[in-house]
Design a protein around this ligand. Structure first.
Ligand code: BTN
Length: 212
């Protein structure tokens, strides 16, 4: 896959989108820092130098959230970590976030944005590879490993692997969706990546808080 490298951009997702709108597909945009990094649910993703920030432009696929979550978690295992996935795809070490994923779908392609904390922990609720392992790993090695896992996982069903990694299943949860807050027990994730509650309700997207 072709990789476009930048020192600083507002958001790799936005740069990737601009390039894709000119007709290019299957490429990666990576930047040393972002001045307007975007998180899920309209939040900011703090992106100081020292983190890994990249976006992949790929074909649309309803399983992308599961595929990307599993790919990032599997890659981090190779660096000595034991990550879990908080639904839908926050990559966590215990209850601290180490990586976030933002997927934006356009007419005929998807932009998969991934941020990984490598050496800095930009927030109290976050952690980094350096904090967890004491090691300085190369950003490029992490990028390569994620891309390798992504290429492999794109071609197969990852639902079982996702469920094994998902720490939300079996938990009492509070979910903030765009227009309501739902409480319940998470019992499963279905083949479309929806979170299934004990009540039978299926949640398409939202922010999950694990309750005790
Ligand atoms: C989240 O957990 O809220 C998602 C965070 C996604 C951050 C990445 S960093 C690279 C790409 N570019 C962005 O502006 N956001 C994503």
């Amino acid at each position: 896959m072709k990789i476009y490298r930048f020192k600083q951009v507002p958001s790799t997702n936005d740069v990737a989108k601009e390039i894709a709108l000119q007709g290019e597909r299957d490429f990666v945009v990576v930047s040393d820092e972002q001045t307007k990094g975007k998180g899920r649910m309209g939040r900011e993703w703090k992106s100081p130098p020292g983190g890994l920030y990249f976006s992949i432009v790929t074909e649309k696929n309803p399983h992308l959230p599961l595929i990307v979550g599993v790919s990032v978690a599997s890659a981090l295992k190779d660096f000595g970590l034991s990550p879990v996935l908080k639904w839908p795809n926050d990559v966590m070490i215990g209850n601290k976030k180490i990586s976030g994923i933002l997927i934006e779908c356009l007419d005929d392609f998807a932009v998969v944005g991934v941020g990984v904390n490598i050496s800095k922990t930009p927030m109290e609720t976050a952690t980094s590879i350096k904090d967890e392992t004491g090691k300085n790993v190369s950003k490029d090695a992490v990028l390569k490993s994620i891309l390798k896992n992504f290429e492999k996982n794109k071609k197969k069903t990852v639902l079982d692997e996702y469920k094994k990694l998902c720490s939300t299943i079996g938990r009492k949860v509070k979910i903030k969706t765009l227009n309501k807050v739902i409480k319940g027990k998470a019992v499963d994730v279905d083949e479309h990546g929806k979170l299934v509650l004990e009540s039978g309700e299926r949640i398409v997207s939202g922010d999950v808080i694990h309750l005790r």
